[in-house]
Design a protein around this ligand. Structure first.
Ligand code: NDP
Length: 317
């Protein structure tokens, strides 16, 4: 097997270290705002229904807010909440002067049209950066609230001293929450950007030209050695649950396999990205792990967006 000829070499880019640095900066800014202007930024997270992953994500957001001094409120609504009821809550939060950020946790139950709800959030409080006004501002290079995961990818690159300007960045995935906004951010940083998706013919021919390769697909280990240029930076946004022991054996080298198999046995699955880590570590110069990579940045950037929203609303620097 080709994979067996690979040898580990990549620098592992720790999301934990970078996320902690950003959170420390946010906490400092919250203290400064309170001292100089007498307020602390406030975030409301709205969750509808009982999706288990959403419950964990929201719990994390509320806990991190508290750690950084951001006031947070969690509104948990029943699964059968109607679109009108949710819209009314969004309206109420839009009108509350004490709330700086509103986040409606996705996915929403099937009776609710997500985009209709997201469009009702006041763009100035849209800390997820999904409102069309913020999407438009981002694409025109204006100051805006930027989606958290793509913003986190840029922070990882910059804070790891990876040059973006003039480099060829290839993104696999064109979703509104990751691929498209990330393309805009990379363009702003003067990368040459290619976006691939499920209809791209010969994916490897595209991705293997990338100096910076970003996978945001939702398919465990889809990006393999053949997709990666020797010495590239590989950023893995994907989060997938893998319970198949054979697949785990293909994805992990001896340094990790035993731990992963134990996790599958204990929890029924292990978290895996969209990139085959064994093969990426051998070919890439820099690589983000899953877990412990981009995922940790998402919450940190949400905190930063909440503080930015609070300052923008009050026209503070
Ligand atoms: P979506 O399902 O919305 O988009 C997936 C994209 O991948 C689509 O553009 C799709 O193409 C493309 N795609 C699917 N299969 C292939 C294939 N075989 N070859 C090439 N492209 C393909 O996913 P998201 O953008 O929401 O999320 C992507 C991943 O990132 C997921 O694993 C998700 O869990 C993770 N994620 C992680 C976050 C974090 O905090 N780390 C936050 C958000 C997401 P097409 O458009 O043609 O269908």
């Amino acid at each position: 097997m080709i994979a067996e000829t690979f040898k580990n070499s990549a620098r592992i880019l720790s999301g934990a270290v970078i996320a902690e640095a950003i959170k420390a900066e946010v906490a400092e800014e919250v203290r400064r705002l309170e001292k100089n202007y007498g307020f602390r930024p406030a975030l409301t997270v709205v969750r509808v229904g009982e999706d288990q992953a959403s419950a964990v994500y929201v719990g994390n957001k509320v806990k991190t807010s508290a750690e950084l001094g951001i006031i947070s409120e969690h509104r948990h609504l029943p699964l059968e909440t109607s679109p009108a009821e949710l819209l009314q809550i969004v309206e109420e939060l839009n009108n509350r002067a004490d709330i700086d950020g509103i986040l409606v946790q996705l996915p929403l139950p099937k009776q609710i049209d997500e985009s209709a709800i997201l469009q009702k959030i006041d763009p100035e409080k849209d800390v997820d950066g999904f409102h069309p006004v913020n999407v438009g501002r981002l694409s025109q290079g204006q100051k805006s609230l930027v989606p958290c995961t793509p913003a986190g990818v840029i922070e990882i690159l910059k804070r790891s001293n990876i040059e973006i300007a003039g480099k060829h960045a290839v993104i696999v995935g064109r979703s509104n929450i990751v691929g498209k906004p990330l393309a805009m951010l990379l363009l702003q940083e003067n990368a040459t950007v290619t976006i691939c998706h499920s209809r791209t013919t010969n994916l490897a021919a595209m991705t293997s030209q990338a100096d910076i390769l970003i996978a945001a697909i939702g398919r465990a280990g889809l990006v393999r050695g053949e997709h990666i240029k020797q010495g590239a930076t590989v950023i893995d946004v994907g989060i997938n649950n893998v319970s198949d022991v054979e697949l785990a054996r293909e994805l992990f080298d001896e340094s990790e396999l035993e731990k992963r198999l134990a996790t599958i046995e204990k929890r029924g699955f292990t978290l895996v990205g969209d990139v085959n880590p064994k093969e990426a570590k051998a070919k890439a110069a820099n690589f983000t792990p899953v877990p412990g990579g981009v995922g940790l940045l998402t919450v940190a950037m949400l905190m930063k967006n909440t503080v930015d929203a609070a300052k923008m609303r009050r026209k503070l620097n």
